[in-house]
Design a protein around this ligand. Structure first.
Ligand SMILES: Cc1ncc(COP(=O)(O)O)c(C=O)c1O
Length: 369
């Protein structure tokens, strides 16, 4: 039986009728940008993240861009993040004319290693962007402790972690600001691009609101230069609908993660995904590790089982960042993870036979070799 790596149509079928009714209403009203649907979604998603303020934007990348711009940056300021992430986390730093500084990840979480963070801080350091990779929260207590001591802001990259918690608190409300992506494949995915900024600070929320709309404080009154990073009503309306399902959808992801754990424990040299102590994982991705990653991937592909690699090349050795002068061995854990990770199918609507088929195929690979 073929098992697609991802099949979004299963999730979208669940909300199809409601989405079509919402589309029809918006077409009738012809209010496409911002408006009541966006405001309603902002209130609902901020509540979901346990924060008082939320601003809906055009993408996760824009959420990061606006959040760090709101926190404050000057040319030459240093911002620290990890090389084992999607490039957007880093791009927004250099495109805001700051200096991009990497620290390695911890093999026990695949997230920023707080023991290495402190050593990377200099008098020019202004902020930190930890990533909750795959939906597993970064060790925010240790990171926030270091940030407080050095008077740094922290913008959480929670683009893969809708609904994850740490110590019972939702990600997005743990740092100075939080950022989310609603790229269609995410746990909460839009009908197109979308993103969100969360914060406890009214002042920062106001700044992001203005940045989202060309720095406007009132119509055609521009306090500073901003961006066009607004969200459409069509996307907000569907996101609102999907948000009602998200707790249940995340529970189902957690169930399938448990099934994978039970089926793949002590199989070959497989390393199952780590979970940060005290965390609830959002299970955006279920990424295992093995020294035979490429062979296992080819074996699964032959049997019609889709997989993906998140991410095959760490940022510090990407052509785009060679000018920073890092050597591959500067971040050995990121290098090792890039060489060995493999994401297995895990999504809303995956079925028991599909998960069983995937487990059986992985086991067959290791029995054979
Ligand atoms: C960790 C991480 N950061 C940032 C982003 C950027 O989000 P978007 O694609 O919505 O711009 C993504 C999404 O792909 C991501 O996974």
């Amino acid at each position: 039986m073929p098992v697609p790596f991802l099949d979004l149509s299963r999730q979208n079928r669940e909300i199809r009728d409601r989405a079509l009714a919402l589309f029809s209403d918006i077409l009738e009203k012809s209010a496409f940008i911002g408006g009541a649907y966006v405001q309603e979604f902002e209130a609902n998603f901020a509540r979901f993240c346990q924060v008082p303020h939320g601003v809906a934007v055009n993408s996760g990348t824009d959420a990061l861009r606006l959040a760090i711009a709101a926190c404050g940056l000057e040319p030459g300021d240093e911002i620290i993040t990890v090389p084992f992430t999607f490039i957007a986390t880093a791009e927004v730093i250099t495109q805001n004319v700051a200096r991009l500084v990497f620290v390695d990840i911890d093999p026990d979480t695949y997230n920023m290693d707080p023991r290495k963070l402190e050593a990377a801080i200099t008098p020019r350091t202004r902020g930190i962007i930890p990533v909750h990779l795959y939906g597993n929260p970064a060790p925010m207590d240790a990171i926030m402790d270091i940030a407080r001591r050095h008077k740094l802001w922290v913008v959480e990259d929670a683009c893969q972690a809708h609904g994850a918690t740490l110590g019972g608190r939702a990600v997005g409300g743990l740092g100075t600001m939080g950022t989310f992506s609603f790229y269609p494949t995410k746990n909460l995915g839009a009908t197109g691009e979308g993103g969100f900024v969360t914060t406890h600070s009214e002042e920062l929320a106001q700044k992001v609101l203005a940045l989202r709309n060309h720095g406007q404080s009132a119509r055609y009154a521009h306090e500073f230069e901003g961006y066009n990073a607004r969200m459409d009503a069509l996307k907000a309306a569907v996101l609102n609908e999907k948000l009602r399902h998200l707790p249940e959808w995340n529970r189902q992801r957690a169930h399938w993660a448990d099934v994978y754990y039970d089926g793949l424990r002590q199989v070959g040299d497989l390393v199952l995904p780590p979970i940060t102590e005290g965390a609830t994982h959002a299970w955006h991705l279920f990424s295992v590790r093995t020294q035979q990653r490429d062979a296992l991937r080819a074996f699964l592909t032959e049997r019609g089982i889709g997989t993906a690699v998140h991410y095959p090349i760490p940022l510090h050795v990407q052509k785009a960042y060679l000018h920073l002068g890092y050597a591959p061995e500067d971040f050995p854990v990121s290098m090792e993870c890039s060489r060995t990770v493999l994401s297995l199918p895990l999504y809303q609507g995956i079925t028991e036979p599909e998960v069983a088929e995937t487990i059986a195929a992985v086991r067959a690979f290791f029995n054979r070799s």
